[in-house]
Design a protein around this ligand. Structure first.
Ligand code: ADP
Ligand code: MG
Length: 253
């Protein structure tokens, strides 16, 4: 290994100078960000800072006007569509849970592991022993083993969010993007979600957008503060929360 490569490990994700315009308004403004392999990063910032737009660009939902997003070195995500990006191992959790309410927790995971086919065909399909084992593992990870036979529609808001995270895990993503997972959760659910994401981060990289500072503190990871479509500050939560500019635009209000 050359000294150069030992000093600069290839990032898992490199958002490079990304700008997104909406009707002349810059939602992202030359945004650059590195995520290392195996890292979990928390993204904070005021409403309208561009956090969700950043996730839209990474997942191919929005095409940037300029800039690139490199995954695992040289794959430029801005040249790929949403399906191809998901196929590369990037999973996304939207803010609202989107579980199949009239199916059980277990069957939701069956549907997720079997892939995008029509529900009635998938449920009658025999899963492989490995797939069954994987569903059991996910039920343990999301702590829903005792709820496996309940209808997803009967779960609490927090439980639905965990089930949806479990459904994402069934697709074995290398990178998980999670947008405001604890909005609307109880304090206890919020605490459980921090534990869950830390567990997931043992084997996967995670980018999590969240406003809840107790939650962000519990994650204990590097924080990026977005403001007006650019990085305002980056570092440990204690450092960025002491930054005058961060207090001015975000924490102080
Ligand atoms: P955040 O998630 O940080 O609250 P967003 O990324 O959702 O911010 O939005 C950034 C800015 O871009 C906001 O001013 C928002 O109104 C604007 N915006 C987001 N999506 C669109 C869109 N599809 N069309 C027009 N403006 C948009
Ligand atoms: Mg948002």
């Amino acid at each position: 290994m050359t000294p150069e490569t030992s000093l600069t490990p290839k990032p898992l994700l490199y958002v490079s100078g990304v700008t997104v315009h909406f009707d002349g308004f810059r939602a992202l403004n030359a945004l650059s960000l590195f995520l290392e392999e195996g890292e979990m990063r928390a993204i904070i910032g005021p409403n309208g800072a561009g956090k969700t737009t950043m996730m839209d660009v990474i997942t191919g939902k929005t095409r940037p006007g300029s800039g690139d997003v490199f995954f695992r070195g040289d794959t430029d995500l801005t040249k790929l569509d949403e399906a191809a990006i998901a196929q590369l191992g990037i999973g996304r959790k939207f803010q609202k849970p989107t579980v199949f309410e009239s199916h059980t927790v277990y069957d939701n995971l069956v549907l997720a592991i079997a892939g995008p086919r029509s529900p009635w065909r998938v449920l009658s399909t025999r899963l492989s022993p490995r797939q069954r084992e994987r569903i059991e593992e996910i039920l343990v990870t999301i702590k829903m083993m005792q709820h496996r036979d309940r209808l997803a529609g009967d779960l609490s808001h927090g439980q639905k969010q965990w089930l949806e995270i479990g459904m994402l895990l069934a697709q074995e993503p290398a990178l998980l993007l999670v947008d405001e997972p604890v909005a609307g959760m109880t304090d206890a659910e919020t605490e459980e979600t921090a534990i869950l994401l830390r567990e997931i981060n043992k084997t996967r990289s995670v980018v999590v957008v969240e406003h809840d500072m107790t939650f962000v503190r519990a994650l204990g990871v590097k924080v990026t503060v977005l403001h007006e479509g650019s990085v305002l500050a980056e570092g440990p939560l204690d450092t960025v929360s002491a930054d005058d500019r961060v207090i001015e635009v975000y924490l102080g209000r």
